[in-house]
Design a protein around this ligand. Structure first.
Ligand SMILES: O=C(CO)[C@H](O)[C@H](O)COP(=O)(O)O
Length: 220
């Protein structure tokens, strides 16, 4: 099975985690697109979705799935999203698709985070994938210097403006041994809107697409 087939496999498998009558939190990316397309076939059994990006909203609506605003819901039973990396305790790097801030906002509304990913995303230590960080443009150089001081090299994602009108720095060279601590530290830097470490909002479950089928990892 190639990577696209693995993404389609876990996208379909995630349907089992969508309760009857639910409003479901929906992430962003190519794996989530597979989930959205699979969800379309069962749209009668859900109330709708809360979306984490303009792109996912458009895809959901193109299938006739109702999209609710965050202020219209108090809690979501489940949030389904992909990841750029996931470690052995469910901590993730996210933001490859530049949607990290809204992804964290929607994840925060959900009782559980179901991560869907192909096996290439599973790592022992986060940090091989450059860490996305959404920044207010006037702080970009300043934040880049802070990363240099802890061994990271930050590059501006040229030509990308997020759904929130901000910029993305991609930071390479970090070995993120303590994701919770690093997330908390970077969150405090002025001008950082969101760091793509999802440790406080780590996955409860990961559906990992492998050539042998879907492997279910539970993180409690
Ligand atoms: O965080 C994300 C978008 O901001 C995505 O979940 C992440 O980049 C994985 O994407 P894909 O499913 O296309 O590999």
């Amino acid at each position: 099975m190639n990577q696209d087939e693995l993404k389609a496999l876990v996208g379909r498998a995630a349907l089992d985690y969508v309760p009857e009558g639910a409003i479901v939190g929906v992430g962003t990316g190519s794996t989530v697109n597979c989930f959205i397309d699979a969800l379309a076939s069962q749209k009668q059994r859900i109330r709708g979705a809360v979306s984490s990006s303009v792109a996912s909203t458009a895809r959901l609506q193109s299938h006739g799935i109702r999209v609710f605003e965050t202020h219209e819901v108090e809690r979501l039973p489940v949030y389904i999203d992909g990841a750029d990396e996931i470690d052995g305790s469910g901590c993730m790097i996210k933001g490859g698709g530049a949607a990290l801030t809204r992804e964290k906002i929607v994840a925060d509304l959900a009782d559980r985070f179901v991560c869907i990913a192909d096996a290439s995303k599973r790592v022992d230590v986060l940090g091989r994938f450059p860490l996305p960080v959404e920044v207010v443009p006037m702080a970009a150089a300043q934040v880049a210097r802070r990363f240099a001081a802890i061994g990271g090299t930050a590059k501006l994602r040229v030509g990308v403006v997020t759904d929130n009108g901000q910029q993305i720095l991609d930071v390479s060279g970090l070995a993120i041994a303590d994701p919770l601590a690093m997330e908390a530290e970077i969150n405090q830097w002025p001008g950082v809107l969101c760091v793509g470490i999802f440790a406080r909002h780590r996955a409860s479950i990961c559906l990992l697409g492998t050539p042998e089928g879907v492997q279910t990892l539970s993180f409690g």
